[in-house]
Write a protein that binds this ligand. Structure first.
Ligand SMILES: C[S@@+](CC[C@H](N)C(=O)[O-])C[C@H]1O[C@@H](n2cnc3c(N)ncnc32)[C@H](O)[C@@H]1O
Length: 252
């Protein structure tokens, strides 16, 4: 059986796809949303939490970041990140137990990673600890509209549904929205992932309980450029959010 999560096995392929702009969620949905919210990072000490193979360091460099540390649980991803971006420090680490001193960073960036935690409150508490007062955390996680919907067949067509029947004699829920729930998914590529999806309100609650102020919240929409490449991917991910993005701050 393939191991959950198999990031080590897929690191090289993911990196190739990311560099070639072949990952549509990254290129047209999540990264554009994250990009819009990035602050000026010149002179800031930045942590890339769940940095994967390190490509996001190039995005942050565009915003002036030149003092970055990346951590990821996947040894192979970290090895490839070091090879590709030798001027940046990358280390293997777990977001639940960060090996950094209190108040070490001005900015923590975390893209599509915190939803791999069954205990996001632990991750938020750790990030809060390593942020300097006044420092920010910007991150993205899966949105339940997409990731907690259910795949069913309607008239022979595989369809994603979030909702319920209105017939009390044939009660049926499709997916969940309000629960914090574990999902195991094998993607068309063969990659196997286990993740936990919660409604945005749960993240708001856990962030506030951890001490953060939430300054901004965005539900992603695919950008117009996507139309040229895949019109139907654009349509569905423009109309329905695939990811939630939060900008939060540790009070000064
Ligand atoms: C979808 S990838 C995102 C990589 C990169 N941030 C990007 O956007 O391209 C999720 C990453 O989270 C990492 N990850 C999962 N659990 C983790 C943990 N407990 N601590 C640190 N990294 C973790 C995985 O190894 C993987 O590289």
């Amino acid at each position: 059986m393939t191991q959950v999560n198999d990031y080590d096995n897929w690191a090289a392929i993911r990196q190739k796809e990311l560099k070639a702009g072949e990952k549509l969620p990254h290129r047209f949905v999540e990264k554009p949303a994250m990009r819009k919210l990035l602050p000026d990072l010149a002179g800031k000490k930045v942590l890339l939490l769940g940095c994967g193979t390190g490509e996001e360091s190039q995005l942050l460099a565009e915003y002036g970041a030149n003092d970055m540390v990346g951590i990821d649980l996947s040894q192979e991803s970290v090895r490839l990140a070091k090879e590709s971006y030798p001027n940046i420090t990358f280390t293997v680490g777990d977001m639940h137990e960060l090996e950094f001193d209190d108040e070490s960073f001005d900015f923590v960036y975390s893209s599509l990673t915190i939803h791999y935690s069954e205990q996001p409150e632990k991750v938020y508490q750790e990030i809060y600890r390593v942020l300097k007062p006044g420092g920010s955390l910007q991150f993205s996680v899966g949105h339940p509209m997409r990731w907690a919907s259910e795949r069913i067949e309607i008239e022979g067509v595989v369809t994603r549904v979030l909702g319920y029947s209105e017939n009390a004699e044939k009660p049926r829920l499709y997916g969940t929205y309000s629960s914090f729930k574990q999902y195991d998914e094998t993607f068309p590529s063969g990659e196997v992932l286990r993740f936990w999806i919660a409604p945005p309100s749960t993240h708001f609650k856990l962030l506030r309980q951890s001490g953060f102020n939430v300054d901004n919240f965005v539900e992603t929409r695919a950008i117009e450029e996507c139309k040229e490449v895949d019109a139907y991917y654009f349509e569905r991910n423009h109309e329905f959010p695939q990811f939630s993005v939060f900008v939060t701050r540790k009070p000064a």
